[in-house]
Design a protein around this ligand. Sequence first.
Ligand code: GAP
Length: 453
Amino acid sequence: MAKDESAQRMEKIVSLCKRRGFIFQSSEIYGGINGFWDYGPLGVELKRNLKDFWWKRNVRERDDMVGMDGAIIMNRAVWKASGHEETFSDPMSDCRVCNTRHRADQLPERDGKPYCPHCGAANMTEPRAFNLMLKSYAGPVENDDNLVYLRPETAQAMFVQFRNILDTSRQKLPFGIAQIGKAFRNEINPRNYIFRSREFEQMEIEYFCRPEDGLKLTDYWLEERLRFYEDIGIPRSKIRINDIPDGDRAFYSKKTYDLEYEFPFGVSELEGVAYRTDYDLSKHIEHSGKPLDYYDEVTKERFVPHVVEPSAGADRTALALLCEAFDEETVTDDKGKSEIRTVMRFHPRMAPIKCGVFPLLKNKPALVEAARSIIASLRADMNVFYDESGAIGRRYRRQDEAGTPFCVTVDFDTVGENGPEKAGTVTLRHRDSMLQERVAITDLKALLLEKIR
Ligand code: GAP
């Protein structure tokens, strides 16, 4: 896709997200705040579907995985041990002319010299390390003793609770701990919409294993994660696997795959699958003095488990779902009139609303009652939406933009006003093909559940 076209596509996606209530700027009425976003009614359902499916696939459907939900604020000692306090930084550089601050490794260059992307002056300070952890104070006094960090990743809670979880869950190696939760990074340049934010959510797994199994489990998790993306509607062909070469990986990692998605603004990281060896547990053993090792009852060996970490961003994946779903097509009606149909082609599993239900006319109580009764029968199993205003075609278009895969229209046939033949049936309209079929109300729930689960 040409650069202009990609930029235009991204603009259209951002505009649709605002117009339809997927994503809003945080604190918008006060001018917003850079790097923070709010999810609206449709966005929150999309993200919830994503997180629920991730949890189901990685925790509920497996015997070798357990979940946890750790606190955002942990003892500062955790971040000293993990190395975050000392080294979790990006290089920053200030423009001496307009005083804006930028990531030094992302500056554009002119004649081999970096320049300010804000004012264009080639007068930047030397790069300095800028720690990305957001700080606060726990307790009544704002001093160094009370300094705390908002966690920059969920991972560390899974390492420091390793012993408790091992003892209480009675898991044997290999097994994993999974967690979904907020993380915070004081990014120098939040950018590309929700792609790089200062507050975001991670979906992380720490999968503990014997040292000799680490490499092959890294490949296993890569495959599992690709299967996951495929099952939420992001095909393998859209994901680039970047096998990070020696020298570019963290020094303790023996293998890292970055899974990158073709966003309109470029191919960028969605998730990392990293074989982190025994680095994290060993660091916490060293700093806490606590036994975070493992006793293998079969081999009678005691050792520090190794870990494979598939670490995904919920917001980045939500953005990938939005980008993948967005489509515009020209449609022509019976009278030969053409218009652009904007449609979000979410996988039905991810769609915020699964089914729209419409009475053909709002002033016919029998139709309204039948539509309401269908809503009531579906509501416990899926998110449904009742709409009685405007022409049916316009109601379909509104649901196309929301990405609703199915719409049901209740008409005079449904309520038996045109004879008994079609009584108890409705029109089921499919978002992607726009095909309509007649189905029995009694079959509706099973038919929809089969598609959305
Ligand atoms: N525990 C490993 C870890 O945190 P990471 O590559 O720094 O690794 C993992 O982060 C994932 O978290 C990324 O692949 C991305 O999806 C998400 N992520 C990281 N920083 C982010 C940010 N500033 N905004 C949104 N998502 C972010």
